[in-house]
Design a protein around this ligand. Structure first.
Ligand SMILES: Nc1ncnc2c1ncn2[C@@H]1O[C@H](COP(=O)(O)OP(=O)(O)O)[C@@H](O)[C@H]1O
Ligand SMILES: [Mg+2]
Length: 412
């Protein structure tokens, strides 16, 4: 495999180890500075230049995008996606995981433990939000902090409210999050590669700090991971669209609580604590996957006018209840069922013999017009005629009055 590691820090431990692991396995590997690319956009020909020269073909990239260059870095990864170059972490995955709010929003619809969290804007909503997540002590977090910077523990509601007000007055967005006290300065970092955890460590904060980040002096030790934690980590990474990820989980009373999913997790702490060749595991995984480039499924499935993806829910009294997928007639209406979600279980590519039950959710691809017919009337919406603006609607129109439209134009 010809591999490019996208990194601004060729000499840092993680980059060095990844390059060594790739070279030791006989791959061709280059470390390319993320900010030295230029992205070229032409019809039918997405292109890339590196240091002013056209980039030669690569089979795979491994993005190591730091928080300070998320925008450019994800734009670059997206460009490689357009060129069908394999990446274990998609541009969307990196962008979604980088923002702690966005990541928790995406995770929150799944059956995964996350600390109760609020995001509010109005001053009068701050106190109720603190109460909703469990009252003081409470965690206040900047959306894009790393290495423990921007994570604050406020002992009282008064202090919390003052901190939030101060941060908001400087235009910073903050999360209000339950302080998972029983985890007491400890957390679990699970290193996910593909669909398994290849290494895991427990980090313990030092000197009375509640933050266990290795960069804050947290001491790391290898752990034999409880299967529930391993499963939570793998599913979180999968949901975020990341095949290489460091998943941070608190050890809550009710099990793992995912705090964040890191798309460029450091290797030094985890390899040091576990003595495992994590870099090698990443390279081996990529070499096995290189013929399956990451693709933006939505982008690819919505290119034909009139076709799209939607989720249909089987109602209690739907006549589809009790029918198999084959009997449902969906296929003959040009609708393909991609997944079936029953309670919290997702069945991929459900068989035609699968019998439908009330509340099943079908992720479908097909003709929007036919799918619309299957949605209960309340949610149905045929495209309506675009009406003419009434004079006086919006100030510019009012300034230049137009003759009133004939009545029939306004009739439904
Ligand atoms: N809700 C919480 N309850 C208890 N401890 C927390 C909570 N959120 C974060 N921490 C502690 O702070 C550390 C940093 O938080 P995290 O959300 O991972 O941000 P960062 O991106 O800075 O690592 C965690 O590793 C954990 O030790
Ligand atoms: Mg963290």
């Amino acid at each position: 495999m010809k591999l490019a590691i996208l990194s601004r820090a060729p000499r840092c431990y993680s980059t060095r180890r990844l390059r060594e692991a790739a070279a030791a396995r006989g791959h061709t590997v280059k470390v390319l500075d993320t900010l030295k690319f230029s992205i070229e956009l032409r019809p039918r020909a997405p292109g890339l230049h590196f240091r002013g020269k056209r980039l030669s073909h690569y089979d795979a990239i491994l993005p190591r995008i730091g928080a300070s260059i998320t925008y450019y870095g994800t734009a670059l990864v997206r460009q490689f996606e357009q060129l069908d170059v394999y990446t274990p972490n998609s541009a969307n995955g990196i962008a979604n995981s980088r923002d702690k709010l966005r990541a928790l929003q995406i995770l929150s619809r799944h059956d995964l433990g996350i600390p109760p969290t609020s995001f509010v804007r109005r001053k009068e909503d701050v106190l109720p939000a603190i109460e909703h997540v469990g009252g003081a002590p409470v965690i206040i977090k900047l959306l894009e902090g790393t290495q423990g910077v921007g994570v604050i523990l406020a002992d009282s509601v008064k202090i919390a409210a003052a901190i939030i007000e101060t941060l908001q007055s400087t235009k910073q967005n903050v999360l209000i999050q339950k302080f998972v006290g029983e985890s007491a300065g400890r957390d679990i970092r699970a290193f996910v590669v593909g669909d398994r955890v290849v290494a895991a460590m427990r980090r313990v904060a030092q000197g009375g700090d509640f933050r266990s980040n290795v960069h804050r002096g947290g001491q790391a030790q290898a752990v034999e991971l409880d299967p529930v934690f391993a499963d939570t980590a793998v599913r979180s990474a999968q949901i975020m669209g990341l095949k290489v990820a460091g998943v941070d989980m608190l050890e809550g009373r009710e099990g793992p609580q995912v705090m964040e999913v890191n798309s460029s997790p450091g290797l030094e702490g985890i390899e040091g604590a576990t003595g495992l060749d994590v870099a090698g595991a990443i390279i081996d995984y990529m070499a096995g996957q290189v013929s399956f480039p990451e693709l933006d499924i939505r982008q690819r499935l919505t290119v034909t006018a009139g076709y799209g993806v939607t989720e249909l829910t089987i109602g209690e009294s739907s006549n589809l209840v009790g029918q198999t997928l084959a009997e449902s007639g969906l296929r003959s209406k040009d609708i393909v069922v991609l997944t079936l979600t029953r309670e919290v279980n997702v069945i991929s590519n459900p068989k035609s013999s699968r019998v439908l039950e009330p509340h099943d959710r079908l992720l479908c691809y097909g003709k929007l017009e036919h799918m619309r017919d299957l949605v209960p009337a309340r949610r149905k919406g045929k495209p309506s005629k675009v009406r003419k603006l009434q004079p006086g609607a919006g100030s510019p129109a009012a300034a230049t009055p137009e003759p009133a439209p004939p009545l029939e134009d306004l009739a439904p």
